[in-house]
Design a protein around this ligand. Structure first.
Ligand code: FES
Length: 273
């Protein structure tokens, strides 16, 4: 029986108590716009990323040592030897991206990300498409069953993404290269560097990172270093959604720039070397 003192009623009672509204929603604003833009944005980005990951070309600029993040680390036998900073161990077959060691983890990282979960649950699965808009599904089991229980893997994907961010940083450092050898600096470096900074901001703003850094602490005063780190991550974390989209854009822009210079559609704007 319902217990008025506890303020909770069994589900059946709640359902009976609900207003009978015949329409799907009473909202009159454009609540469908956000899910629609999310679908368009994610589909467009995925189409680009899949095309580029399987292209197996235009990923490396030999003169300046620019390597696109979509091919990092380049671990296939098909990689140009100079671009393979960590060795070439995978067979060169068309169905295996050159960065087959990192891409699945990055995909898992984004797929299980708290923000992207919200984004695709709403926009693709319509569960629900917006606040105060009823969903088409009858049953709701949340993330308690297979396959969605796998979303718990996010914290492990974070560790992988952290390592991959270090590799991306290394790529950006190696790219300060001039055709004659030695230090060089061009617009490509600015783009690679900006992308790496943004990737770090997104990775460190992760909810799992915030928990790893400052979770389960009972006394912040006894852990001043972790408290400071947690404060920093918390500030980034407030911008997690924005960073999720900005890094999709920065990844695509960086990759496109490297592809364009590599394919000689235009040349890199050089400042030094
Ligand atoms: Fe989005 Fe971890 S919550 S990356």
């Amino acid at each position: 029986p319902a217990s008025p003192a506890s303020g909770t009623a069994p589900p059946g009672d709640q359902a009976r108590a609900r207003a009978k509204i015949g329409v799907r929603t009473l909202r009159t604003d454009r609540w469908w716009l956000a899910p629609l833009l999310t679908v368009l944005g994610l589909v467009a980005w995925l189409a680009y990323a899949v095309t580029r990951s399987f292209m197996q070309d235009f990923y490396w600029v030999a003169d300046y040592h620019y390597l696109t993040p979509f091919y990092s680390p380049c671990v296939s036998n098909g990689c140009v030897p100079e671009a393979a900073h960590f060795g070439r161990v995978l067979p060169d077959v068309w169905w295996l991206p050159y960065a087959a060691f990192s891409l699945p983890f990055l995909l898992l990282f984004r797929l299980t990300c708290y923000y992207y979960r919200k984004a695709y649950y709403r926009s693709f699965w319509l569960s629900p498409p917006a606040c105060a808009v009823s969903e088409p599904h009858r049953k709701y089991t949340g993330e308690t069953r297979f396959p969605l229980i796998g979303q718990n893997l996010h914290r492990y994907a974070f560790y992988a993404a952290f390592l991959i961010s270090i590799i991306n940083t290394w790529d950006a450092i190696l790219a300060f290269h001039s055709p004659g050898g030695g230090f060089g600096f061009g617009l490509g470096n600015v783009i690679l560097l900006a992308n790496v900074v943004l990737l770090w901001a997104y990775t460190l703003s992760c909810h799992s990172c915030r928990h790893i850094v400052g979770g389960r602490l009972k006394h912040f005063s006894k852990h001043p270093v972790r408290y400071r780190a947690w404060t920093f991550v918390s500030r980034l974390n407030a911008r997690h959604m924005a960073l999720a989209w900005i890094t999709l854009a920065s990844l695509a822009i960086t990759d496109f720039y490297v592809m364009a210079v590599s394919a000689e559609w235009f040349s890199d704007l050089r400042f030094v070397g």
